[in-house]
Design a protein around this ligand. Structure first.
Ligand code: 6PG
Length: 259
């Protein structure tokens, strides 16, 4: 089985479980491989608590010199802008860990040119990440959130990036937000070893229900397009997000906080 649902009692215990989950993945990799472990970080608000907990880990729990952090998506803003996913990660995690600057691969601030930023970023990641047997830059872990409209990363409903079949990173015009985004494409995200959705709160209940429903429409519900090519898919969720939604049949379910 390659799909797993871990259900936590609260947002706090979900963040703690996600921290432990990621630490275990990194430690497992670092014990068996000399190659760096790459993590594609999610933006938004949900992962902030996880990033803060990672920043509070005892020194030595993670050898950050052998971890490469990249962004699954970014807003088309400068690195110090309040909307920047890089700034959010810098404040919640990077300012609190000893990670070499060259291991933090943020989306280039291409002066507002989204296509140039996307093309530059893809080249940077192709140059810096190890290459998989399939010839793709290796993504070991991908962290994702989900929006109320069932978008993930910056793959929004009915947007051009959903139809991208060759580029790994692309610019994406999001009409409803009247803004450009830069995002990894589904074909690249799906190549990861471990893809984890981090979903918390009753506000996500409807989106999660759609994500798990049998009614598939990848244009209308982009998060449904996240299906690992050969890796594992993890739904790290809390009880408020799940509510009374029936769990997907093709998943192994595990209540983490079951007393
Ligand atoms: C972003 C994220 C986006 C996010 C969802 C959920 O750049 O905003 O990549 O896909 O994960 O919008 O956001 P919240 O965690 O804030 O609900």
């Amino acid at each position: 089985m390659r799909k797993f649902v871990h259900i936590c009692d609260s947002a706090q215990s979900l963040a703690e479980h996600a921290r432990d989950w990621l630490v275990a993945k990194i430690q497992e990799h670092q014990s068996t491989s000399v190659s760096p472990y790459s993590v594609a970080l999610s933006g938004g608000s949900t992962p902030k608590l996880l990033y803060r907990l990672l920043g509070e880990l005892p020194e030595g729990d993670i050898d950050w010199k052998r971890v490469i952090l990249v962004w699954g998506d970014e807003r088309n803003v400068s690195w110090d802008h309040s909307d920047s996913n890089y700034r959010m990660v810098r404040e919640s995690l990077l300012d609190h860990i000893e990670i070499p600057a060259e291991n933090v691969l943020k989306v280039p601030d291409a002066g507002g040119e989204p296509q140039r930023a996307a093309e530059l970023y893809e080249q940077i990641l192709r140059d810096r990440l190890p290459t998989t047997p399939e010839g793709l830059p290796a993504l070991n872990a991908v962290l994702l959130g989900i929006g109320d409209d069932v978008h993930t990363a910056s793959l929004f409903p009915f947007t051009k990036a959903l139809n991208e079949t060759s580029r790994l990173v692309c610019e994406n015009w999001v009409e409803k937000l009247d803004t450009w985004r830069i995002t990894m494409t589904a074909i690249w995200l799906n190549s990861a070893d471990d893809i984890a959705f981090l979903i918390s709160g009753s506000g996500k209940n409807q989106a999660l229900n759609t994500l798990w429903s049998d009614r598939k429409d990848l244009n209308a519900y982009p998060a449904q397009a996240i299906q690992p090519t050969s890796g594992r898919l993890w739904y790290l969720v809390d009880r408020d997000a799940v509510g009374d939604i029936p769990l997907p049949q093709d998943c192994t379910a595990r209540p983490i906080d079951a007393s």
